[in-house]
Design a protein around this ligand. Structure first.
Ligand code: DQA
Length: 152
């Protein structure tokens, strides 16, 4: 079974740490990647960590994940609230998907309360700060183990 997890990040997350730090905190995306890689080692997972401001690139990575990955952790950022195309792509991917939001989107503007991606996600993390990525990674490791046990 694949131990590869794709961790995908949508638009503006390249500015993490500089962008509205009162909402998203001071950690950069490079910090998040470093912490995910350290945890992945512990969990014996391989990770492919990507960020793009372009919807089609996220879709292409989801298609690539179909060929090789056992799970996806995705922070679709603003595409969460707009992209049926991302939802359609995730619907072609069978293994576990966890949606992550650094901020507590339900406490924010009404337009952030709806997520197309939640229609597919097996779990949603919101408001855990950047720690949400690590919690999602731990959970996805568990879901992947459960799926493997079922297949055995
Ligand atoms: C976000 C929340 C989204 O509403 C927003 O557009 C983002 C980041 C978060 O991580 O809290 O860009 O996904």
């Amino acid at each position: 079974m694949s131990r590869l997890v794709y961790i995908l990040n949508g638009p503006n997350l390249n500015l993490l740490g500089k962008r509205q730090p009162h909402i998203y905190g001071h950690e950069t995306l490079a910090d998040v990647e470093r912490d995910c890689r350290a945890l992945a080692k512990e969990l014996k997972l391989d990770i492919a960590f990507h960020q793009s401001n372009r919807e089609y690139e996220l879709i292409d990575w989801i298609h690539a994940a179909r060929e090789s990955a056992g799970g996806i952790v995705i922070n679709p950022a603003a595409f969460t609230h707009t992209s049926i195309a991302l939802l359609d792509a995730l619907n072609t991917f069978e293994p576990p998907v966890i949606e992550v939001h650094i901020s507590q989107v339900h406490k924010r503007e009404a337009f952030r309360h709806h997520s197309y991606v939640s229609n597919r996600a097996d779990a949603v993390m919101a408001g855990f700060g950047t720690q949400g990525y690590q919690l999602a990674l731990r959970r996805i490791a568990r879901l992947m183990e459960e799926a493997a046990a079922k297949r055995a």
